[in-house]
Design a binder for this molecule. Structure first.
Ligand code: UD1
Length: 423
């Protein structure tokens, strides 16, 4: 187990240097520390370093277990699996089965070349308590069997929190990928998952400086925090050309810049027909000016028995990762309540109108192309008007550069080598 990993400095000394560069302060973008931290192998072993790679595996002392369960997790574990493989660090992928429809799960593995899960827990859908409990019960056996050096949990879904609790209680180090995000909306199940996961995690892999600020304000020591950037950008940048060659626009009779994309799945928007109905009515008004396409999430689908979809909004089945990126990239505006889509539109530079009153990703507003409109019809109309009039611009945040997986693995190795106790 990780707590008993022998973290004495490796004989080549590479990692002890790396450790002192990275772990006594939060790594800042473009700082000497961040460049020194970015690749211990490259810094010390110009040959590319099989020795360094095998010493990294030795320092870790056990496989890294990656946990994925729901659709927004898969594109986050893909680059980590690839980076661990590249550095010959043993790793295992656990799929909790929180999402199970082929369109919500298998298609992401196929498109992104993610190896099939080593363990599939097949928990399926249930209430929060039952789903969380099922994941915990099954994941405990996986941890006992695999004896991991780390359990890495991405995102903010129930699988994230459930796996982190199990690992923490079994004395295995936990790294939270996407740490420090806060909507401050305690009614969101994801906010509970974020706060709990961060608290039990040993290493907080933060996507942006605002997330680091949140963690500092909550009292986390800098030694537990690494600013690594946004792992979704790794996947997006690596797959953008493939996405652009997909025929999805043609399939649905769309032209670049000639449509808007809608995604909706937050319980607060779709579970109550009396909330969903006026929201769709406002989107229907927008659709009179700009046709809208809406890949419908299963959660929203069940609400549509009670709510009519206005003309001008084309409903389609959930789309694959590459098709989602293709639809976002060529949209004139994206109207969404998804966290990931707020980030992807910022990377793509496409205007985004967020149909929520809060966001845990404020950098998409301060730096990116996102506007927070809530569900007030006037606010949605105004934000959409700005987007259609070309009054929205943004830049890609620092460290959303396609190199986040490398920085994550650097941080795992360095944290282990430094043998930092839980804060
Ligand atoms: C979950 C996450 C949410 C994330 C979203 C992305 C939690 C608390 N919520 O929400 O943060 O943004 O995934 O999609 O973890 N269903 C299917 N097929 C599936 C999966 C689900 O039909 O493959 C249906 C079931 O009726 C299920 C419902 O969708 O009850 C909700 O699924 P669930 O995983 O509980 O939550 P999501 O709304 O998908």
């Amino acid at each position: 187990m990780s707590r008993s990993v022998d973290a004495s400095p490796p004989s080549d000394g590479h990692l002890s240097t790396h450790r002192s560069d990275t772990l006594h302060a939060v790594t800042e973008p473009n700082s000497p520390a961040s460049s020194a931290a970015s690749s211990p192998a490259d810094a010390t072993d110009p040959s590319g370093g099989d020795n360094t790679h095998s010493s990294e595996a030795a320092v870790l002392g056990g496989p890294v277990v990656l946990v994925a369960g729901a659709r927004p997790n898969f594109m986050k574990v893909g680059p980590l699996q690839a980076e661990l493989d590249r550095r010959s660090i043993p790793n295992r992928l656990v799929h909790t089965g929180q999402h199970y429809d082929p369109a919500m799960s298998d298609v992401f593995f196929d498109e992104l070349g993610i190896r099939p899960p080593d363990h599939h827990l097949e928990v399926g859908s249930a209430s929060h308590a039952v789903q969380t409990a099922r994941i915990m019960e099954a994941f405990e056996q996986v941890v006992a069997q695999e004896q991991p050096s780390w359990v890495v949990v991405p995102g903010d879904v129930n699988s994230t929190m459930a796996a982190s609790l199990v690992a923490a209680k079994m004395g295995v180090r936990v790294a939270h990928l996407e740490a420090g995000l806060r909507s401050r909306d305690w009614a969101m199940p994801e906010e509970v998952n974020r706060v709990v996961t961060d608290r039990v995690s040993d290493l907080l892999l933060a996507p942006s400086p605002d997330a680091v600020d949140n963690l500092r304000a909550e009292g986390y020591p800098d030694s537990a925090v690494a600013l690594v950037g946004n792992i979704m950008a790794d996947t997006l940048l690596a797959n953008l050309e493939r996405a652009r060659s997909r025929p999805i626009l043609v399939t649905h009779g769309l032209t670049p810049g000639g449509y808007g994309l809608v995604t909706l799945h937050r319980p607060s928007n779709v579970d109550d027909p009396d909330t969903l109905r006026p929201l769709l009515a406002t989107l229907g008004e927008i659709a009179e000016e700009l046709p809208l396409i809406w890949p419908v999430h299963p959660r929203a689908e069940s609400a549509l028995n009670a709510v009519e979809v206005p003309a001008g909004i084309t409903r389609i089945e959930p789309v694959s990762y590459l098709d989602s990126i293709a639809l976002q990239a060529d949209a004139r505006v994206v109207l969404t309540d998804s966290g990931g889509v707020q980030e992807e539109t910022t990377v793509l530079g496409v205007p985004c109108v967020t149909l929520r009153t809060t966001t845990e990703r404020p950098i998409t507003i301060t730096h990116g192309t996102n506007q927070l409109a809530g569900t007030d019809p006037d606010a949605i109309r105004q934000a959409t008007r700005r987007a259609l009039d070309g009054d929205v611009s943004g830049a890609r945040p620092d460290l959303w550069d396609g190199e986040t997986a490398r920085r994550c693995v650097d941080a795992l190795v360095a944290h282990t080598a430094a043998n930092i106790p839980h804060h």
